[in-house]
Design a protein around this ligand. Structure first.
Ligand SMILES: [Fe+2]
Length: 251
C-alpha cells in the first residue's frame, strides 16, 4: 500500500507546489553576455538561485543563435558554460548546468548546421525558434533535413507566433513532421498577453505540448515565475500533464 502511495504515478495526483515535477528546465538564457539574457555572472547566479528555489535540479540553457543579432557558435557557448559552471561551484550551489542553444531557423544557422557546428541537447534534441514576422517558406524541408540527420527538433514557444494563433492544424503539421512543441511558462502567466495565455492553454488541452520552458532572460522573469506558483491553474497544469522535461534528467 505504501508502495502505491509513494509511486511515481501518485506524484501526479498530489498537486505540486513548485516546478520540481519538471526536473530540468530546457529553455533559458543564463550564460552572461552572449545574448539578450543575463548580462553579468552575478545576474546569472541570481537566476540560477531562483531556479533552485523554484524546484529545478538543473537546466539546459539555450542562448540565442541568430545571424543578425547573436552569431554564437558551439565553441562560444561551451566556453560560457564552463565559466558559469565554475561560478556555480564557487558559489557552493548544487545545480546541474548543461548548454545547448535556441537556434533561429535563419540562413546563419542553416550554414552552421551544414558545417556540423551544432550543440544539441542530450538525445540530439534541438531547440529551434522562428522569426516573429513569419516562418521560413521552406520550414517543412528544414525540419525534414534535421530529422534526416537524426535530430529531434523542438519548436520554442509556438504560442507566441502571431501567424500560428488559432491555427491548430499548422502546428499539428509541424508536430507530425517530428518537431515537438515547447510552451513558455511565462505564456501561461499572461506575461505576453491574455490571448497568448489562452492559446497556450488550448494547446495544452489538445495534448500538443511536450515541454515546458521558463525562457528566463532576467530577474523580472524570475519574479513572474515565482508568482506563477501562486496560480492554481498553473499548478493544475503541472498536475494533469506529463512533460518530457523529466526525460532530460536521466540523460
Ligand atoms: Fe528563448
Amino acid at each position: 500500500m505504501f508502495g502505491k502511495l509513494f509511486s511515481r504515478s501518485s506524484a501526479h495526483v498530489t498537486q505540486p507546489s513548485d516546478f520540481s515535477v519538471l526536473g530540468m528546465d530546457m529553455h533559458s538564457h543564463l550564460i552572461p553576455g552572449i545574448d539578450d539574457g543575463a548580462k553579468t555572472m552575478e545576474e546569472s547566479l541570481e537566476l540560477i538561485r531562483g531556479l533552485i528555489q523554484l524546484g529545478y535540479s538543473g537546466a539546459i540553457t539555450t542562448p540565442h543563435v541568430m545571424g543578425d543579432y547573436y552569431p554564437n557558435t558551439g565553441a562560444i557557448i561551451q566556453t560560457g558554460r564552463e565559466e558559469l559552471r565554475r561560478a556555480i561551484r564557487q558559489a557552493g550551489l548544487t545545480f546541474r548546468l548543461e548548454a545547448s542553444a535556441e537556434y533561429n531557423l535563419d540562413n546563419y544557422t542553416a550554414e552552421l548546421f551544414a558545417q556540423g557546428d551544432i550543440l544539441p541537447m542530450p538525445g540530439k534534441r534541438l531547440l529551434v525558434e522562428l522569426s516573429f514576422f513569419g516562418a521560413p517558406p521552406d520550414l517543412e524541408n528544414r525540419i525534414f533535413q534535421l530529422r534526416l540527420q537524426g535530430y529531434s527538433p523542438i519548436l520554442a514557444h509556438p504560442e507566441r507566433y502571431s501567424y500560428y494563433q488559432g491555427n491548430l492544424s499548422a502546428l499539428e503539421r509541424i508536430r507530425d513532421l517530428g518537431c515537438a512543441l515547447q510552451v513558455n511558462i511565462l505564456s501561461l502567466t499572461g506575461h505576453y498577453g491574455s490571448q497568448i495565455a489562452k492559446w497556450a492553454k488550448t494547446l495544452l488541452d489538445k495534448d500538443m505540448v511536450s515541454y515546458l520552458g521558463t525562457d528566463m532572460h532576467h530577474a523580472g522573469h524570475l519574479q513572474e515565475l515565482q508568482a506563477a506558483l501562486q496560480q492554481k491553474d498553473i499548478l493544475r497544469i503541472l498536475q494533469r500533464h506529463t512533460f518530457k522535461n523529466q526525460d532530460l534528467l536521466n540523460l
